[in-house]
Design a binder for this molecule. Structure first.
Ligand code: TYD
Length: 200
């Protein structure tokens, strides 16, 4: 079996910046690396992503579509890659559904847990890097970023709920999560990421 690594954090926390470096580090150790993302990661999943990021919809519809895309992603990409011993790096996974759909949008956590059991069975990330920044930093970074998607236009209160859930999940699952202070200068964050990846 390979390893399943996920990246999480609020919009604007800067996680995506580190993906090329993580891929290079893992590949330099001789691993096959699959870099992917959620929502998305398959042709169907990317079509669902376009809907999820730009169409307004009921929060439970959104949750169901996230898990539909996730099922496709696991069945066609993640599970086969892990089975052949590859390292799978996913820019977001189910922690994002707990943070965004339950934490910020109020979907019942138990419904998400049921979908998680159905769609994932016992698949969980081996390691999750949580890029943590104060809400003001995230909001400020987003304000100067490219055209925002549906989620990126949300309020500071929305992001504050997301941060709370992410941190709570990290404290509840200390063996899986590594919290990264992404408010530090980029070179320091890069070093922290490298230290963590060297242990995976
Ligand atoms: P993001 O990962 O930030 O990509 P980009 O850097 O291209 O903007 O965007 C994905 C958005 O989808 C993000 O705002 C969080 C949201 N999302 C959920 O609400 N629930 C989920 O389960 C997932 C995977 C993502």
């Amino acid at each position: 079996m390979g390893k399943f690594i996920t990246l999480e954090g609020m919009d604007g926390a800067g996680k995506s910046t580190h993906i090329p470096n993580i891929i290079a580090l893992l590949a330099s150790r001789g691993h096959e690396v699959i870099s992917t993302r959620e929502p998305g990661g398959t042709p169907l999943g990317e079509r669902l992503r376009a809907l999820l990021l730009h169409e307004s919809m009921d929060a439970e519809t959104e949750t169901l579509l996230m898990f539909a895309a996730r099922r496709e992603h696991i069945a066609r990409v993640i599970a086969p890659a892990l089975a052949r011993g590859a390292y799978v790096l996913s820019d977001r996974f189910t922690d994002a559904t707990y943070a965004y759909q339950a934490g910020a949008k109020g979907v019942d956590v138990e419904k998400i847990a049921q979908l998680e059991r159905w769609v994932q069975a016992d698949l969980q990330p081996d390691v999750t890097l949580l890029f943590d920044v104060p809400v003001e930093v995230s909001v400020q970074r987003l304000a100067s970023a490219r055209t925002p998607d549906k989620f990126e236009r949300e309020s500071a209160d929305f992001f504050s709920k997301i941060r709370t859930i992410y941190l709570q999940r990290a404290f509840d699952n200390p063996a899986r999560f590594r919290i990264i202070d992404a408010n530090k200068p980029l070179s320091e964050v890069k070093k922290l990421v490298e230290e963590i990846i060297s242990t995976v």
